[in-house]
Design a protein around this ligand. Structure first.
Ligand code: FAD
Length: 436
């Protein structure tokens, strides 16, 4: 019988160091073959030039290079449905255990459950680990075991637990990389093999310099300043470890920055406990709102042609770069749901397609926050005024000028809706849905 191996299955944890599941696999007693599966079920929903697919592809190639050049090993890169790939792998190798990190989205939970059942039938265990968060699932809950649905008490308990009982370990894999399967010619693919092409957009590096973190509180709300970390896609795809980032936030003593990272975990545990919120309002009454869903207005919003410069700047930044500043996400989101009375799910889907940092838990959670229908959401009568937001956060119109250079020209569209009228209309529609 061939020598048994263990498999480490990379998913949204694309880094070689400080990766819990990878570390545990390497410490096991069989040589480890790393794999990555381009899941055909996920890929078929994405545009051909998706920047995130390019990013994943290029990151994997860099990781393969390191393993080939420095460790006489590689990563097997495959394409198909995970179950089909595992069927091939069990035929080809004697596998002892498959290692991976936890993945909390509803699709991933089901996928992992199916793979586990399949592997168990061959007496192969699927061992999974917490890696992408500090606290997961029910680790931060109320005394009676119920999840927190309000951020502040969640954040307080999160911090208390972190300060009293969390061991902030860094999982150094370097000493164990010698346990990789010694084979450099593991299968590889090109972008075109999986039906994609290189995107013209690229994913920005992250910035967690001491200056950025120290100034974060005073600068983060101004979209013209490049003053946020751009960690989103790196946390999403795991090209950076959350433990290293938290360590940095603590060293720099910046509570605000730290708390933003806790918002991420707050929404993750909400999605874990309430998976139906992917397409239903957390507050069921809000699903009675009669949305106008005007397609022309939706198109104007998507293209950044609403006639409201801050909204248009945000949408154009998103379309051109795959990023939009958080303050402007709130303004554009609120404008869609409240000024135009378009269903938050439409906006959520558009952001999901375009954002490089798209993450289901954060996107759904924040969209429901904006629409007023989610956990700890903005009250429905809080309607951002897209013009006074400019005075507060883009006083000299630097951000607007950058993304909407035509905003003072005659060709620039007239506002597609009157602010005052839209505000009143929104209040009426929300009120009648909620009071019914
Ligand atoms: P920084 O300001 O540098 O923050 C650091 C990190 O903290 C972020 O990378 C993120 O992981 C976390 N974080 C910050 N704010 C939030 C927040 N409100 N909710 C959850 N996590 C947060 N964030 C996503 O990661 N993916 C999404 O799909 C997403 N969709 C959003 C949709 C709407 C309508 C809104 C209003 C916000 C959304 N956010 C989303 C939250 C936030 O806008 C982004 O995390 C942030 O702008 C990313 O830029 P950054 O990495 O420079 O963030």
């Amino acid at each position: 019988m061939a020598q048994p191996i263990n498999i480490f299955w990379f998913r949204r944890d694309l880094r070689l160091d400080d990766n819990v599941g990878f570390y545990e696999a390497l410490k096991s007693d069989c040589p480890v073959m790393p794999i990555f599966i381009f899941d055909s079920d996920i890929l078929e929903t994405l545009p051909q030039d998706d920047a995130r697919v390019t990013f994943i592809f290029e990151t994997l190639q860099k990781m393969r290079d390191v393993l080939q050049k420095e460790h006489d090993s590689s990563i097997a890169i495959m394409h198909g449905k995970p179950i089909t790939i595992f069927k091939e792998l069990v035929n080809q190798y004697t596998i002892s255990t498959v290692y991976a990190n936890h993945d909390y989205e509803p699709y991933a939970k089901k996928r992992d459950e199916d793979v586990k059942i399949f592997l168990n039938a061959y007496n192969i265990a699927l061992n999974t680990y917490k890696d992408q968060v500090i606290f997961e699932k029910s680790e931060v809950v109320k005394n009676d075991g119920d999840p927190y649905v309000v951020y502040t008490p969640y954040m307080k308990i999160w911090k208390e637990k972190f300060n009293t009982s969390y061991n902030l370990n860094i999982y150094h894999t370097n000493n164990y990389l010698k346990n990789l399967v010694k084979k450099t010619d593991l299968p590889n693919l090109s972008l075109s093999d999986i039906g994609f092409k290189k995107s013209s957009q690229s994913i920005a590096d992250y910035n967690v310099t001491s200056t950025l973190i120290q100034d974060y509180q005073s600068t983060r709300n101004f979209p013209a300043k490049n003053a946020t970390s751009r960690l989103g896609p790196h946390l999403r795809f795991g090209t950076v470890s959350i433990r290293k980032i938290i360590k940095k936030a603590i060293t720099e003593h910046n509570e605000t920055f730290w708390q933003e990272l806790i918002w991420r975990e707050f929404f993750m545990q909400i999605l874990w406990h309430f998976p139906h919120t992917v397409n239903q309002s957390f507050k069921p009454k809000y699903d009675r709102i009669v949305w106008r869903n005007n397609e022309k207005e939706f198109e104007a919003w998507c293209k950044g042609k609403t006639g409201y410069p801050l909204v248009d700047a945000g949408m154009r930044q998103l379309n051109e770069t795959g990023f939009m500043h958080n303050r402007v996400r709130m303004v554009t989101g609120s404008f869609l749901c409240k000024h135009l009375l378009i269903d938050w799910r439409w906006g959520e889907a558009y952001f999901a397609e375009k954002l490089h940092d798209y993450d289901m838990a954060s996107n759904v959670g924040n969209w429901q926050w904006v629409a007023g229908c989610g956990v700890d959401a903005a009250p429905y009568f809080r309607i951002f005024n897209p013009t006074s937001q400019i005075e507060k956060f883009d006083k000299n119109s630097d951000y607007i000028k950058r993304w909407v250079p035509d905003f003072q020209e005659l060709s620039y569209p007239k506002p597609i809706v009157d602010h005052k009228m839209a505000r009143e209309r929104c209040l009426q529609v929300y009120k009648s849905a909620l009071n019914n």
